[in-house]
Design a protein around this ligand. Structure first.
Ligand SMILES: O=C1C[C@@](O)(C(=O)O)C[C@@H](O)[C@@H]1O
Length: 253
């Protein structure tokens, strides 16, 4: 597996890097939250644009991206529209999903964009191509908020993301028992050692899955999401606590 360097962040080496989501609804809330999140010194800040009240207004989205870029001049900025079917807040058409993400990419004010795997193949290809043309990195993602697919299925989805040209494949699944968490960790380790030629992000959500958010350096997840003002998914723990555990693990390895 090779590492990926974006600005000063070397991904896939050392302790898992920390991504903190912004989950405000209004511009004022998002900008206040941004200052608070900046003080937590994240490696990456994820703007969950599906929560923004004006997500359907491309001019408003573009203007807010520019303001977030000013706040996060040094951190990496990740633009994510999480669709309703994958645990997000809003339903939009496929056509608008492409338009929204292309608009964000073309501002060149973001470093990374989230593209969901389970989309029309042509749309996924279009978004990957637009990102590459504009120097924006793609995190390709898939979420199952109800269950954990088999190890083979998890690996097959992550491999499919590599085939699409994703810079960082990502999967988040929900465990219904401890064995499911082990399945996710086992799939991550096998992916890392046998299939992946680039960094990955995996997590098992909810309380039972928290170990997967802490032990990425051991099993092969290059990033972990920590809660800033508020968690954006079940199982995220506050950044300060997360960093403490990541450092303990890193020193032991
Ligand atoms: O895809 C992910 C991962 C996530 O769902 C989590 O479980 O930490 C949180 C989301 O904000 C992010 O877009």
């Amino acid at each position: 597996m090779s590492t990926l360097k974006i600005k000063d962040v070397v991904i896939g080496e050392g302790a898992s890097k920390i991504i903190v989501p912004l989950v405000g609804k209004t511009e004022a809330e998002i900008l206040t939250e941004a200052e608070m999140v900046k003080s937590l010194k994240p490696d990456v800040v994820e703007w969950r644009v599906d929560i923004y009240e004006k997500v359907e207004d491309l001019e408003a989205v573009t203007a807010l991206i520019a303001k977030l870029r000013e706040v996060f001049a040094d951190e990496l900025l990740l633009f994510t529209f999480r669709s309703h079917k994958e645990g997000g807040n809003k339903e939009i058409s496929d056509a608008f999903y492409v338009e929204l993400n292309q608009t964000a990419i073309r501002t060149k004010n973001i470093d990374l964009v989230d593209v969901e795997l389970f989309n029309d193949e042509e749309n996924v290809n279009t978004l990957v191509a637009t990102a590459k043309e504009n120097g924006v990195y793609v995190i390709m993602s898939n979420h199952d908020f109800f269950k954990t697919p088999s190890k083979e299925e998890i690996i097959s989805r992550l491999c499919k993301m590599q085939e699409y040209g994703a810079d960082i494949p990502k999967i988040a699944v929900m465990p219904t028992n401890v064995a499911d968490v082990i399945t996710l960790l086992d799939a991550t380790n096998t992916m890392k050692t046998e299939h992946a030629d680039r960094p990955l992000i995996t997590m098992s959500m909810g309380g039972t899955g928290v170990i997967s958010r802490l032990a990425g350096e051991v099993f092969g997840s290059a990033f972990t999401f920590g809660a800033g003002k508020e968690a954006s998914a079940p199982g995220q723990i506050p950044v300060e606590e997360l960093r403490t555990v990541l450092n303990i693990l890193h020193k032991s390895l």
